[in-house]
Each structure stands twice: as C-alpha cells, then as structure tokens.
Design a protein around this ligand. Structure first.
Ligand code: FAD
Length: 476
C-alpha cells in the first residue's frame, strides 16, 4: 500500500501537520520513535512519578490565536486551564509578576524597578505583539525554488512596512536608547525573558523579535492538564494511523516514492514530512540530494540545548505555575543567568495529589556535555543538579525534607530519547534571519520539514505557524 503522506516524529511539528493533513482528508501515517508523543513537549514517568520533559506552558491558545486556530481546524479541544499570573520573576531579593493586564503589569514594574519610561516602553511592547498577530495569517515562506522564495518573501511586505523601524534596530541598542539610563540588572531581567522565547539575548536580535518575546504574556497562557503529552494526544486523536514506538531507520528515494524502513516494517509514501531537527536528520538518508540539503543548513546549528532538573515535592505551600529565577552571573556549564521553573497544578488529577511535580530548565551548549569521559560527565551533571536544586529551594523556600526525588536531563539524555541535542530550534538573530532559514517545503519533490528548526520558530505558536505554512504550500 502506498501512503500519500508519511510524517516522521510526533513532536509538536509532526503532530500539527499530521492533524492538519487528516483534517483536510489526506491519507497520512504519523510515526514516533518513543512510546509517547510530544518529543520536547512530552510527559514521562520516572519511578512512578509524572514529569513534563521540557515544555510546560502553551501560548497562542487565546481567541484568534494560532494554536487555538489549529485545534479548531482539527475539531478537538485540549484540556487546558488559563494561567494568570503567567510568570513570577525572582531577581535578587525582589519579585515581579508578569500579569496579563497591561496597566496592572506596568504598576508592578514601577514597584519592581521604578523608571519614568516604563509606561511608554511596555505600551509599545503590548502594541507591537498585538499588531503582529493580526497580520500573521497572510505570511507564507517557501524554499521550493528561488522564484517561489522571492514571491513568498513579498508576503512579508506589510510586516516590513509596518514594523521596519523595529525590524532593523538592534534590540539592545534600541532599549538602551529608549531608556537613556538603564541598570544592568534591568537588562538581565529583560534578557532572561527574551531568551526563553527568542532563544537569543537582546544584543543578537532585532527589537521587533525582542518585543514579541517580551510581550507574549500579554496574551493568555495555558497550563496543560494531564501534562503536555495530553495536548499532543488530543491533537492527533482523529488520525486513524498513529504508530508509537516506531522508529525510522532508513529512507530510500526511488522516483516519486519514499521507502521508509522502520522498527515496525516498511512504509511507502508519495510525500515525506520530517518532524525531526534539521541538524540531526541526515543520518537516515542515503540520498545525496537530501543529505546535501541538510548539510546546507549545518552552519545555522548553534548547538544550543537544555539542562533540565526534575523534582517532586510534598508541601503545604501554594506555588504559582511558573517562576523565573535570575542570577547576577552565568551559571557554570550553562549559557544563562536564569532558570525557568514550572510547577504542576494542584487540581491536576494526573499528578499525585498533595505533591508538586517540577520541571526546571536552563540553556546550555550541547558541546559542554558531549565527548566527556563517563566519570567527568557524571560529576558535572551532579554538580549542576545540586546547584540548581539548592537555588530553587533557597529562592522558593522549599525544605530539603519536602523533596521526594530530584534528577536531571542533559543534552545527552535528550539524544538518547528523542535523537537530538540541539534544542529550541533556530534563534532568529540579526545574522540568522528569514531568507537564510529553512522553510517547510524544500527544493526536493515531495519532501517537507516541520518543527522548531524550520519556519517559523520554536514553541507552540512558532511551530504551529510552520505547520499552517506547510499545509498551504502542500495544497497550493
Ligand atoms: C527544556 C525546554 C523547555 C521548553 N519550554 C517550552 C514551553 O514552555 N512552551 C513552549 O511552547 N515551548 C517550549 N519549548 C520549546 C518546544 O518544546 C520545542 O520547540 C518543541 O517541542 C519542538 O517540537 P518539534 O516538533 O520541533 O521537535 P521534537 O520535540 O524534537 O519532536 C521530534 C520527535 O521526533 C521523534 N523522533 C526522532 N527521531 C525519530 C526517528 N528516527 N523515528 C521516529 N521518530 C523520531 C522524537 O522522539 C520526537 O518526539 C521548550 C523546549 C525545551 C527543550
């Protein structure tokens, strides 16, 4: 039997495009190596305890938001609860809550770090991110041919026209000019938030990208009941053929067909959509054109990755869903001064009642972890585990006897489970901008790519934007 579409990888990208294809009545098979869907946005069980592997929060599910549009198109409703306060940020002895309401947040900023320019600055951020999402549906981006690429880039003209002042300004310089005098700790505060969305700090990106990153909490953010895996499960629930525990081993291309050798047999398909990272997929192909295609993007690989600490605690203290801890200096073995800490919701019956399950992540470089001797790796992993655990306990007043268990994942762990060490996709920096980045179509007939290393970006909204782009390119 020859399938119309084979989608490899059940992360956000693979699940989104497979669900869209199915919703448009295309024949599709989705394969995922692991026994559960989700990839970086999955949920796993460790010694009987449930944890979100990486992603913990969803943005873009507000009315008119792109993630909501995806679920509406597919005809399913994920089990989410809205979170306000979006993030509680702890820096030094101070704390700041990212309220969704703009006026309330500006008041909070004045208390946290008084400055006469806040009102103007945060209103600009609010306006830019609001305006971007009203234009978003008209963009498309193609890499199929030079002509198609140029034509697709023209769709960004309204964006360029409206926002050129911000698109061509370096974010750090813009912020410094805007505020006049600005303390390093306030820049750290901004950069910590910019980094978790844009995957780069203000010195490397344009101000428009920084504004989108700083402004995302002005939209609703959501907590997934049952863990992030439940969101991918519901997204794919109407697809008749989802194969979990099915690993792609080799792809051969013959004429118009792709032949996939997997751990569950051979799949023949007219079109192949890879939901795996651009930087770590070439190994499954013997086709030179496809290997060359992947090689052409290798220089975009920033080797950025994540170190994740998981903790289960038993406590009577009430916690918010998300905290960001900011330090004065970059933490050892990492690329960042900040740690993003997420708590399970006490009402979430899929997590043990009376306990919190914590996922805390920090940016690192995969090269800090790969190629170490086993003993050095173990020591380094333990050192960072102890440091981060101590920091969380100290800042959030968790007692050591409240901790039931804690353990960590490094880029090596992600490689073992989901076949990738580069995490977080492409940072859209001033030297790594759209015409240079991979699209969802390719110059190779029937060969597509979704996920956070393709257009548009990482995380739920960015990847879903790419899936919509992909289906538009497929359907013409
Ligand atoms: C620590 C961390 C925290 C994050 N927090 C958030 C957050 O709170 N909110 C948010 O929106 N985003 C967050 N992100 C970003 C987001 O999680 C990722 O951008 C997104 O999940 C990536 O999805 P993807 O589909 O591109 O790829 P992946 O998640 O990598 O999915 C690829 C899938 O392919 C599978 N696969 C690999 N090889 C094979 C093979 N040979 N055969 C079959 N299947 C294969 C893998 O198992 C995996 O499931 C976070 C990322 C990290 C790392």
């Amino acid at each position: 039997m020859i399938r119309d579409y084979a989608v490899v990888g059940g992360g956000i990208g693979g699940c989104s495009i497979a669900a869209l294809l199915n919703a448009h009545d295309h024949d599709v098979v989705l394969i995922e190596k692991e026994p559960t869907l989700g990839g970086c946005a999955s949920t796993f069980i460790h010694r009987g305890n449930r944890y979100n592997a990486g992603a913990t929060t969803i943005s873009g599910y507000h009315e008119g938001g792109i993630v909501k549009r995806l679920f509406d198109t597919v005809g399913v409703t994920p089990n989410l609860i809205a979170t306000d306060t979006a993030i509680t940020i702890l820096q030094g002895e101070k704390s700041c809550i990212r309220y969704r309401d703009l006026n309330r947040f500006i008041e909070e900023m004045q208390r946290f770090y008084p400055h006469p320019k806040h009102d103007e600055f945060w209103r600009l951020i609010h306006a830019l991110q609001g305006a971007f999402y009203t234009l978003e549906a008209s963009y498309s981006y193609s890499n199929r041919s030079r002509l198609k690429k140029i034509a697709s880039l023209l769709s960004f003209f309204p964006l360029l026209k409206t926002f050129r002042r911000y698109l061509f300004s370096n974010a750090l310089e813009f912020i410094q000019d805007f505020y006049g005098d600005i303390h390093e700790s306030y820049l750290d505060f901004l950069d910590a938030q910019i980094l978790i969305v844009a995957q780069a700090t203000s010195e490397k990106i344009n101000f428009f990208t920084a504004a989108l990153a700083l402004g995302y909490t002005f939209n609703e953010t959501h907590y997934p009941l049952g863990g992030m895996v439940a969101v991918c499960e519901s997204l794919t629930s109407k697809i008749p053929d989802v194969r979990k525990g099915c690993e792609l081993l080799l792809v051969k291309r013959e004429g118009d067909l792709y032949h996939l050798t997997t751990t569950q047999g051979i799949i023949h398909a007219r079109n192949l959509i890879m939901g795996t990272s651009h930087y770590e997929s070439s190994r499954w192909f013997d086709d030179k054109e496809i290997r060359d295609y992947y090689a052409s993007f290798e220089k975009r690989n920033n080797h950025q990755s994540a170190y994740v600490l998981y903790m289960k605690i038993k406590t009577d203290t009430l916690f918010h869903h998300h905290y960001q801890l900011i330090s004065d200096s970059t933490l050892p073995y990492t690329l960042s001064k900040s740690l993003f800490v997420s708590f399970s919701d006490p009402s979430d019956s899929d997590f043990a009642s009376g306990y919190y399950h914590i996922t805390a992540s920090i940016h690192t470089d995969s090269r800090i972890w790969l190629g170490l001797s086993p003993s050095r790796y173990k020591t380094q992993k333990q050192e960072l585990h102890d440091l981060l655990r101590g920091w969380i306990c100290d800042r959030l007043s968790i007692q050591s006897d409240e901790i039931v268990e804690s353990f960590a994942a490094t880029p090596k762990t992600f490689r073992r489970y989901i076949n990738r060490t580069q995490l977080g996709g492409n940072a859209m920096t001033l030297s790594n901008f759209l015409p240079l980045l991979p699209s969802n179509d390719t110059p190779i007939s029937g060969f597509y790519q979704v996920g956070d290393t393709s257009y548009a970006a990482q995380g739920w909204p960015g990847i879903v934007m790419g899936a919509f782009n992909c289906i538009r390119l497929i359907r013409g």
